[in-house]
Design a protein around this ligand. Sequence first.
Ligand code: FES
Length: 156
Amino acid sequence: MSQPHDETTGAETATTEQAAALADGLPAAPAGETSTEVSFHRVCRSGQVPEGYVRRFYVDELECAIARLNGKAYATSNYCTHLDCLLSSGKLVDDGVLCSCHGSVFDLESGEPVYPPATEPIAVYPVREEEGEVFVGISEADVVHGGPKRRKLRRD
Ligand code: FES
C-alpha cells in the first residue's frame, strides 16, 4: 500500500483516517488552528537506535524518544506524564520504557502507563524504517501539544 505524497516537501502524508486515529487522545485544538495531517520525517539512521536503547531526537520541532525493543523501532513523547522527566534518560524494560525519575513504565505501542506513579499515557507516533533510515509521522497538532505540561517560570 502506498502513502499519499506531498510534492512540495517530499514528505509522505497519512490519510484523514490515519491522522484522526493518531490524534485520538490529544486535547482538541480549536478548529482551523492546527492541522492533524500526518507527514513522515526522516529522523536518524536505524543504527543510531540499537536494540534495547532509547535516545532523544527531534522530529521537526517535536522532541521525541526513539527506542528499539525486540527489533522494532518506536517513537514517543520524550516527556513522562508524571512530572515531565525525559524518557530518553530512562531505559527499556520488558514492558516498555522506564522513566528514571520515579519508575513509571509506559507501553511503547499504546503509550499507556503499565507501572505507576504515572496515570496518563504518553503520546506515541507512527514509525517506519526504510533502507536503514527511521521515519516518524507527526502532525502540526503533535508539535503544538507535544511539549511538557509544566512550563518554565518566567524571570522578568
Ligand atoms: S517523572 Fe517519570 S515517574 Fe515521575
